[in-house]
Write a new protein. Structure first.
Length: 157
């Protein structure tokens, strides 16, 4: 007789706990919710955009977000929807861009809504993708763009 595996139903509370674990920086908690072989895809045309293979690469990306925003970046959950294998969450993302190398570049503010679609296996995220709509995509790219020698944000990727 084949043995069946039962999985707990994916709930908005479980999704919230995964994000809370990530925000805590506690690796034991992070490992409970974020798979080692996960994939994360960041939208846009900026230095942070692209595909991150593995939890360590994803955490490196998150570290860069913190560093480039002077640890001001915050995602406030607006809504979370779940199915058996997927979740989608809408967040209000706000952050201020830190100056380059401790310089006096004025802070720039990011204030956009983002949708994350997460795929789950055994209670852990195995794949995540972000989506940004309308002029939010342009704001996102400009926010993360490097600063030129004149202190202005470069708009080319």
């Amino acid at each position: 007789m084949a043995q069946t595996t039962t999985h707990a139903k994916l709930t908005p509370d479980h999704v919230a706990k995964a994000y809370d674990a990530l925000a805590s920086g506690d690796m034991e908690q992070i490992r409970r919710f974020w798979a080692e072989d996960m994939i994360w895809v960041v939208p846009g045309h900026n230095p942070l955009s692209g595909k991150y293979n593995g939890r360590d690469a994803f955490l490196g990306f998150m570290g860069n977000v913190g560093r480039l925003s002077g640890n001001s970046f915050n995602m406030a959950r607006i809504a979370v929807m779940t199915s058996d294998e997927y979740s989608a969450d809408v967040t209000h993302n706000v952050g201020f861009r830190a100056g380059e190398e401790g310089g006096e570049v004025p802070y720039e503010k990011l204030d956009i809504e983002v949708v994350h679609v997460l795929r789950w296996r055994d209670g852990r995220v195995i794949e995540g993708r972000g989506a940004i709509f309308g002029d939010g995509a342009t704001k996102y790219d400009q926010f993360w763009a490097p600063t030129g020698p004149d202190g202005q944000r470069r708009t080319e990727p």
